[in-house]
Design a protein around this ligand. Structure first.
Ligand code: NAP
Length: 294
């Protein structure tokens, strides 16, 4: 069994991004800049946001956090996004999810200009992804692809069973792997006999948010298993532990390759956010240069 650690892979990618950021700075005399919008004070959201800011600083990206109180209205949030959309010094905009329920995440996300949609979640970006057009791809799905490429240089013809069909993880992962010529099965809460579906897979990707959902009964010997799930469990001593969707010890005894939680997909997601931010910044500045040259 091979343990597929995300941290060293993400670290290597971020090292090359750092050089790209330096080149950007030399050329445009400004850093790629990412605006992170947060509403409320959810503890887990705060941890994710802190990770993103820390990784941005390491790479040389300027991260600007906009923190709003929980009672902020959708109109106030959209007004801020609108300002950032028109600010030439802001290249990427991310709204930290989940948002408090009354805000309606979809409308707010769709207020982000597609050129600055570094999370890859607007309807325009996802439509482009659906059509196989160039776009800033959703970070977790992109991270999963980069992880898989270190194991399967050519993914053509691999049968991938994805557990979960969310717009953030399951569906975009399916589309990205479809563009890599994989055969995709998307399973969800209404699917029948998920274990039997998974046993047909060369690659199983678990993104259901149900701790230890995938056991050895789901895995064909030698298959690759990618665990996207993150659930925080409180232990008897009051400390918190992060649990994946895969029963790691059980599955590790049959899988050919398996990712850990934490330290598997998570670091790749943050790394791809940095990659998207630099890509967005380069595209916007290149667009301005070409516009000025005409
Ligand atoms: P989500 O929006 O809640 O979607 C969960 C999906 O799993 C849904 O499609 C749901 O089916 C399906 N599902 C739930 N219970 C199931 C069951 N018993 N059997 C079969 N399918 C079931 O969650 P998400 O945003 O996609 O996130 C999934 C997990 O990944 C969460 O633990 C989240 O914290 C984690 N995550 C990790 C990263 C990372 O970077 N590592 C990034 C994002 C999310 P229906 O559609 O039928 O309801």
């Amino acid at each position: 069994m091979r343990l597929l650690q995300g941290r060293p892979i993400a670290h290597g990618i971020c090292a090359s991004l750092k050089e790209r950021v330096q080149a950007f700075f030399r050329r445009y005399n400004q850093p790629p800049t990412l605006a992170l919008l947060r509403v409320g004070d959810d503890a887990a959201s705060g941890i994710y946001l802190k990770n993103k800011v820390q990784r941005a600083e390491e790479v040389g990206i300027c991260a600007r956090v906009f923190a709003f109180p929980v009672q902020t209205s959708a109109a106030e949030l959209i007004a801020c996004i609108d300002l950032l959309n028109h600010d030439d010094a802001t290249h990427g905009i991310l709204v930290q999810l989940p948002l408090p329920a009354p805000l309606g995440a979809e409308t707010i996300i769709n207020a982000i200009a597609p050129a600055k949609d570094v999370d890859g979640l607007t309807t325009v970006t996802q439509g482009r992804l659906f059509r196989g057009e160039a776009c800033l791809k959703p970070c977790t799905a992109q991270g999963i692809l980069l992880l898989l490429k270190t194991v399967h240089a050519d993914l053509t013809g691999q049968h991938v069973v994805i557990l979960g069909r969310s717009l953030i993880v399951g569906r975009p992962t399916g589309l990205i792997l479809l563009h890599e010529h994989c055969t995709i099965t998307l399973a969800h809460s209404r699917s029948r006999d998920i274990a039997a579906l998974c046993r047909q897979a060369d690659i199983v990707i678990a993104a259901v948010g149900q701790p230890r959902f995938v056991t050895r009964a789901f895995v064909r010997p030698g298959a690759t298993v990618i665990d996207v799930g993150i659930t925080r469990e409180t232990l008897s001593d009051g400390t918190q532990k992060v649990i994946g969707d895969v029963d790691f010890e059980d599955v590790a005894s049959v899988a050919g390759v398996i990712t850990p939680v934490p330290g598997g997909v998570g670091p790749m997601t943050v790394c791809c956010l940095m990659k998207n931010t630099i890509e967005a910044a380069e595209n916007q500045m290149y667009g301005q240069e070409t516009h000025a040259a005409v």
